[in-house]
Write a protein that binds this ligand. Structure first.
Ligand code: BGC
Length: 261
């Protein structure tokens, strides 16, 4: 691999952030540029913001790969869900829309997949030889399942049903704030969530990311699980870093199922 500095872009509900990443170390080598997510966050409107970010780093990006995350399932360039984003993303050929607006290739991927890969390549689960499940606790719950370093994309374990409810509506960090819970009151919800994940997937390691993970000492030690559970290390850079890494990987191994029309 000759490309060492790669642009990663992380699309979130309130901001779209991009920075150049040194893919040899996982470090950001530029400042992060953040532009607010457009009010009407349709694929086309968001593509124009992404274009602005790419233009800002144009000299450094050149014709290198660009990775972009989105909080949705992405199969072969098509966004399939929209749990916490504009419903116009459902079944949108988003990767192609971005490429038309930008006039260049980009690689679009699920946000938690990117964050998860970043933790396995550079962070809390670096070089782990077994089954790692990374969950991000934020507005929703994102997940990445990685076995021996290989990602199984789009797992959506935030939407597993726990006690008859979509888990993220109860156990996401936003549910804690919405319901005005202390960390102590939040712990039983996380306990139910992670014991369900354990029972179904039998991971070797659980990694917890998302903004709330900076308070990990307030809840992780209180969970009673069979699997070791550790905080994420890359914090809010994980999406950008993972986007860059996966963009390199995907350029080297193009998706044979992506529609070319
Ligand atoms: C979405 C996932 C996303 C996660 C974190 C969930 O609501 O369904 O695709 O990864 O939120 O943003």
């Amino acid at each position: 691999m000759t490309t060492h500095h790669v642009l990663g872009i992380d699309i979130g509900g309130s901001g779209i952030k991009g920075a150049m990443v040194d893919v040899a170390t996982g470090e950001l080598v530029t400042e992060r540029l953040r532009i607010p997510t457009p009010e009407q966050s349709t694929p086309l409107a968001v593509a124009h913001v992404v274009k602005e970010i790419v233009a800002n780093f144009a000299d450094q990006v050149a014709d290198g790969p660009v990775g972009v995350t989105i909080p949705a399932v992405v199969t072969h360039g098509v966004t399939r869900t929209a749990a916490n984003i504009d419903s116009s993303w459902i079944d949108a050929p988003a990767e192609r829309i971005f490429e038309e607006v930008l006039g260049r290739d980009i690689y679009l991927m699920n946000d938690a997949d990117a964050a998860g890969v970043a933790e396995v390549v550079y962070g809390a689960a670096k070089g782990h030889p077994g089954v790692v499940i990374v969950t991000t606790l934020g507005t929703g719950i994102g997940s990445a399942v990685i076995n021996r370093g290989v990602l199984l994309p789009n797992t959506e374990l935030g939407h597993i049903e726990v006690d008859g409810k979509d888990a993220e509506t109860v156990a996401a960090a936003s549910a804690r704030t919405r319901d005005g819970l202390t960390f102590e009151e939040y712990v039983p919800r996380l306990q139910r969530y992670y014991e369900t994940i354990e029972r179904l997937f039998w991971p070797d390691l659980l990694v917890v990311g998302g903004g709330v993970s900076k308070h990990h000492e307030k809840f992780l030690p209180k969970l009673r699980l069979n699997t070791p559970i550790v905080p994420a290390q890359l914090r809010n850079a994980a999406g950008i870093v993972g986007a860059a890494w996966l963009a390199v990987e995907r350029r080297e191994n193009p998706d044979p199922l992506r529609a070319t029309a």
